[in-house]
Design a protein around this ligand. Sequence first.
Ligand code: SAM
Length: 222
Amino acid sequence: MEENLAFGVQRRAMVEQQLRRRGIRDERVLEAMLQVPRHEFVPSKYRSFAYDDRPLAIGESETISQPYMVAAMTQAAGIAPGDLALEVGTGSGYQAAILAELGARVVTIERNASLAESARNRLERLGISRVQVVIGDGSLGYPPSAPYAAILVTAACPGLPTPLLEQLGEDGRLVIPVGNRYQQILRLIFKHQGQFARRDLDACQFVPLIGQQAWPEKSPPD
Ligand code: SAM
């Protein structure tokens, strides 16, 4: 009980100091970040760092993204209640939980079966419904549920995977970090009347997307 209270205080500080002060303006996104208990999505040994301004290890050499990056991607995706959203790179399940908190129906796809299983169990334990966790190569998207109102890719991409563009619905938004393995630009792609427009947002650093439309499992350094 006291622990939850302390985490609540830390979460509010995260929202005010890391997100609002740095330019996250969408009140619905700020409220979702205030509601979802991020400490439940990190390994127990890192719980006390859950609201720090940084990514954290979640095992399997993967990370839960920095809170600011989750908020920036969510804001850019412009989620409305009832939207169908695809997240590529489930990791801990935290980003998916934020999208669900905003009222989206979420399909999230993860290539690592062990992470996917843990995320599925965690979301279920926390009573977060409306999220379907799928195991697979998200660089190919997830055609059975397409088209999507929003697609968020939470791993770095060398380019724009064609299947993701194809699975975006009319007026859909794709938010994706594009660049090399060490540095990327967070890019927002809009689809309108079959045409794509793009806006570049923040510089960022994500772990690589490994898949048929991204980097191979073992690739030489850039
Ligand atoms: N969104 C996650 C969260 O909220 O915890 C963090 C994602 S982590 C930065 C990137 C994730 O992308 C890793 O879990 C990794 O296994 C996954 N990944 C990498 N390549 C993938 C692919 N082709 N398809 C699906 N997931 C992939």
